[in-house]
Design a protein around this ligand. Structure first.
Ligand SMILES: [Zn+2]
Ligand SMILES: [Zn+2]
Length: 1011
């Protein structure tokens, strides 16, 4: 007998979230390969904080991981963070601007230092948030997409693809964000419909015989035109093909990207791709600023004239317009054209405009030199298509498979270079002598010190010139990802594990560097890797061109698209390219849980890189979850003010309530509509569970476990609850194996609240509270006491056994409250409930007879309760009840005492005839009668029900009229119509019920009562 007090989620959750991390209970050391379950977290960006989508994502993963762990698997769930190139650079840039600093003035090195100081602060706060939600990740395996091991993996991947001819550098038309000053991949451009204008401009023919009119939405690009194109079959223009037109306004020298002068007289060409129906059927061609024109330019060998700079300001090729912003230039150009009478007309024109996904600036298509992965190559594409087609990778829900395959069909090469500073710098060094490209990785060096120095330089940790002390201090400083170990130890763990015994200090380094400086080594000049500069007392690391041996190399200044490193995530986290034990045992992973918005950005690329670099799928199942929206189905956004912050909910209602809410609302293929009320509702559920535990613990005898052998045989209700428990376990296991989160949580909710708390706990009270009859003679009383004790043991044992399993079944969903309650049970043989066994269906604990009986009993009780409530009898009032029954007679005998308790009866009497002046109800063959004298106000009820009946009829008529109204059906939003239909159904049901009640009451109507 002890009292655990009231439920307080704050104290429970703060106690365990810290403890679980400190004790590293989710760190799996000995992995049984055939019994392993491995999964990597979609790494949250190091910017900002967790939103509800993250909370959902990690909750679903955690449920599966905890469940798999309790099924006995070696579960490894790898956590980590993404460096989020553009997004992070943007946030830090903004912060610096607020402090009056400027990134460009600071320079790359200093700016990156600022980012590195800001990132851990942000990362640690997200980490703390994840811990509060209770995710059972293995923090000892935490990774960061920009940690030393990952940076090395990125260079390896780049080199492999480059050497296989799958990465190339090319001039290409790309989407340029003039605000973020970087190229964007096609996926990073959002197309928005906009009301724009179509300008018709006259280009005079060279021979002054007339004009060709072209239509454009971006007139400022005309300054970069190098042709006018028409369709070869277009009769209107056929005679003009081969002639030249004079580009209006342009009376200055223009230069192409390859440096040649380009005339303002431009040819009229024919190209199949021109749409005769668009505008006038003649289009201006600006190969350097439009994707279609780029293709046409290539086909016809046209010169490429760039007229804008990186800020989308007009450049020197724009002559008198140079220096103007693109939109300013547009206005002035239009004005001048109009003055010259060359602006034929302007039309309203609705069209899609590309916007930067991050800053919403209108993208400017531009030709520039960029790096690409040739994902359209069959070596990459086919593998990634086949594994999904053949079902080696399974999408859940299945519909996403089609989406994925369709996208793969039309795959375009992936632009991977970004003109920003924060990220993986492209591992290409250009030779200043021969101009060729060199890709280096530490594979190019034999000695471990060389490898370390190279990586430090390539990661920007040291410059090409350094002192041994500098290197020592960096290597002995804490690792970014695991501050409890040094950078050197981190290297040994994730990059150089075969050199585990290598120690590095300034002395050993100096000794090593000077080997290269001894006279013998100097003779073989090429071999020496280091030079000593006595002026600065620094050593210099020398990279040599692989093609000509020249020492002056310059690294590409761009960084890689963030998704390039994320694509390596499922194997990079395990130490690839090293052949680590983790990689061997944990790849491929078993599951990926993610949102549909990044199927192309991320899922597809992981599949491509996994199948190409690892020659194996990255994961076997991909569970795609829905979006979290507000209760009206709108996307949550700060501007709309409808954001629900997960950490607020954790604070107010507890992480358990948050998790259970998200799980129970997660139905495959449906968005989640969320309101704060939902969390409140499931907080009640956590509380209900707590109170059940509290009640059980208060009623357990201290010596219960020793006395178990003296228990009485189980009663029907014991067998019934065990049966229900097993059926629930079966449902939960099946639902989880199919990622049906809502079904699993629904089954648990119904069982725990609807069966265990509402019925079994109530029924157990009879035995828990039973007392011997004091008036009996001593001997008989003792006999009775022994019997009562034996029955109490059985009731307590059943309560305990079922509750123990309820906690285990609920643990994956509500880890905290279940852990705390479990710790209080006398049967908590393990310290951590997450390391106990998950309950499975046990056919030996299924008793269909007992199940059928108790279900019937519940039916009878519910019918009585329902009639009592219809007759407005106070719930606490005990009443007399008469009944008639045939088959149920035995049931009534067995459960007589329960019936009295559960239906609040003072007396239960069998009758042969229906008593007069009583209201009748029934359940199956069980007929029951409540005498009017039990305080039923027949006239009053009859009046109120009749009145309500009339109201219902009126409302029904009005809603039916509404649903027949064509106008309403046409104009009203879908939700409105559904609401009306629901209302109609409810009214019909109420009408039927009221009519039954009215008939019932009229049977016992006292004389003179009004109709
Ligand atoms: Zn932008
Ligand atoms: Zn060279």
């Amino acid at each position: 007998m002890r009292d655990i007090g009231e439920y307080d989620h704050r104290s429970i959750e703060s106690k365990y979230s810290k403890k679980w991390v400190e004790e590293a209970i989710y760190h799996t050391k000995d992995i049984k390969k055939d019994l392993r379950f491995s999964i990597v977290i979609p790494p949250p960006n190091v910017t900002g904080s967790l939103h509800m989508g993250h909370a959902l994502n990690v909750t679903l993963q955690d449920i599966i991981c905890r469940w798999q762990r309790m099924l006995g698997k070696s579960v490894v769930w790898v956590p980590g963070f993404d460096h989020a190139g553009i997004a992070t650079q943007y946030v830090v840039d903004k912060k610096l601007q607020g402090e009056g600093k400027n990134r460009l003035d600071m320079g790359r090195e200093k700016f990156l230092k600022e980012v590195w100081t800001w990132v851990p602060i942000s990362r640690n706060s997200i980490k703390e948030q994840l811990e509060r939600i209770g995710v059972s990740v293995d923090w000892k395996r935490e990774r960061f997409t920009l940690d030393e091991g990952f940076s090395r993996a990125v260079r390896y991947a780049f080199r492999k693809l480059y050497e296989d001819g799958l990465i190339y550098r090319s001039e290409y038309i790309i989407n340029w964000c003039p605000r973020d000053l970087t190229a964007l991949s096609d996926l990073e451009v959002e197309h928005e419909e906009e009301e724009g204008k179509l300008y018709y401009i006259k280009y005079p023919l060279e021979d002054n015989s007339g004009y060709i009119t072209v239509a454009t939405t971006r007139p400022e690009t005309m300054l970069g035109d190098t042709a006018v194109a028409v369709h070869p079959d277009d009769e209107r223009y056929r005679h003009l093909i081969g002639k030249r037109v004079k580009l209006p306004l342009v009376n200055w020298k223009r230069r192409s990207m390859s440096g040649e002068e380009v005339s303002a007289y431009i040819p009229v060409i024919a190209d199949q791709s021109v749409l005769s129906e668009f505008g006038t059927g003649a289009v201006k061609i600006t190969p350097a600023h439009d994707p279609n024109d780029f293709e046409i330019g290539r086909r016809h060998n046209l010169p490429f004239v760039k007229v804008m700079d990186e800020h989308a300001r007009m450049n020197e090729n724009a002559g008198e317009f140079a220096g103007l912003d693109r939109y300013q230039a547009r206005e002035i150009i239009l004005q001048k054209l109009s003055e010259l009478g060359l602006l034929e007309k302007i039309e309203q024109h609705r069209h899609a405009v590309g916007k930067c996904y991050r800053c919403k600036t209108t993208v400017e298509p531009m030709v520039s030199l960029q790096w690409f992965v040739k994902v359209s190559d069959p070596r990459i594409k086919d593998g990634a298509v086949n594994v999904v087609k053949e079902g080696k990778i399974r999408f859940v829900p299945e519909g996403w498979k089609k989406t994925y395959l369709q996208w793969m069909e039309n795959l375009k090469d992936w632009c991977i270079s970004r003109q920003i500073w924060w990220g993986h710098r492209i591992p290409v060094w250009y030779c200043k002598s021969c101009g060729r490209e060199n890709v280096f990785t530490d594979d190019d060096f034999d000695r471990v010190y060389d490898k370390i120095i190279f990586n430090l330089i390539a990661d920007g940790k040291i410059g090409y010139e350094f002192t041994p002390e500098e290197v020592e201090s960096i290597l002995h400083s804490p690792s970014f990802t695991h501050p409890n170990i040094t950078l050197l130890e981190f290297y040994k763990k994730y990059a150089f594990h075969k050199y585990h015994s290598t120690e590095v200090d300034a002395n050993s380094l100096r000794l090593f560097f000077s080997q290269d400086l001894n006279p013998m080594a100097m003779l073989t000049e090429k071999k020496s890797r280091y030079r000593y500069d006595p002026r600065y007392k620094k050593y210099r690391f020398i990279l040599r061109c692989k093609h000509c041996g020249h020492e002056e190399l310059e690294q590409d200044s761009d960084v890689l698209d963030t998704w390039f490193s994320s694509a390596l995530w499922p194997f990079g986290v395990f130490g690839w390219p090293e052949k680590t034990q983790d990689l061997e045992k944990l790849y491929p992973t078993d599951l990926l849980v993610t949102g549909f918005d990044i199927i192309f950005f991320w899922v597809a690329r992981m599949i491509m890189m996994g199948t190409y670099l690892m020659e194996d799928i990255p994961f076997s199942d991909v569970y795609i979850h829905a979006l979290v929206r507000d209760e009206k189905g709108q996307k949550m956004s700060k501007t709309k003010g409808n954001v629900i912050d997960p950490l607020d909910m954790v604070e107010r209602y507890g992480a358990d309530a948050l998790r259970f809410t998200l799980a129970i609302l997660t139905q495959q293929g449906r968005d989640i509509k969320l309101s704060e009320k939902r969390f409140e509702g499931y907080r009640h559920f956590a509380n209900k569970l707590w109170n059940a535990g509290r009640f059980i613990l208060m009623n357990l005898d201290g010596d219960l476990l020793q006395n178990l052998p003296y228990g009485a045989p189980p009663k029907s209700e014991d067998l019934w609850i065990l049966t229900k428990l097993n059926r629930t376990a079966q449902k939960v296991n099946k639902a989880l194996s199919e990622y049906e989160f809502s079904e699993a949580s629904q089954a648990l909710y119904e069982f725990v609240w609807g069966e265990f708390c509402d019925w079994y706990l109530e029924m157990s009270k009879l035995r828990l509270y039973a007392k011997a009859d004091e008036s009996l003679p001593e001997e008989e009383r003792q006999k009775q006491e022994t019997k009562i004790k034996a029955e109490r043991i059985t009731a307590q044992a059943t309560l305990l056994s079922v509750f123990d399993r309820i906690l285990k079944l609920l643990h994956p969903f509500m880890p905290y409250v279940t852990q705390e309650l479990y710790s209080n049970l006398p049967t908590s043989y393990e310290e951590n409930i997450s390391l106990t066994e998950f309950p499975l269906y046990n056919p030996q604990e299924v008793y269909p007879d007992a199940e059928e009986k108790v279900e019937r009993l519940k039916g009878i009780v519910s019918s009585i309760r329902s009639l009592r409530s219809d007759l407005k009898i106070e719930p606490s009032k005990r009443i007399r009840l008469y009944y008639r029954a045939s088959q149920s007679e035995k049931l009534v005998e067995e459960f007589r005492q329960h019936l009295l308790n559960l239906a609040r009866l003072e007396d239960l009497q069998r009758v042969d005839q229906r008593p007069s002046n009583a209201l009748a109800g029934f359940y199956g063959d069980f007929e029951f009668f409540i005498p009017v004298e039990e305080g039923i106000k027949v006239t009053e009820l009859l009046n109120s029900y009749t009145k309500r009946h009339q109201e219902v009829l009126r409302s029904l008529e009005s809603v039916e009229r509404k649903l027949k109204n064509e106008e309403f059906l046409k104009k009203a939003p879908k939700e409105e119509i559904e609401k009306a239909e629901r209302m109609k159904e409810e009214l019909i049901a109420e009408k039927k019920k009221l009519e039954e009640l009215i008939v019932l009451l009229q049977e016992v109507k006292p004389a003179g009562a009004s109709q």
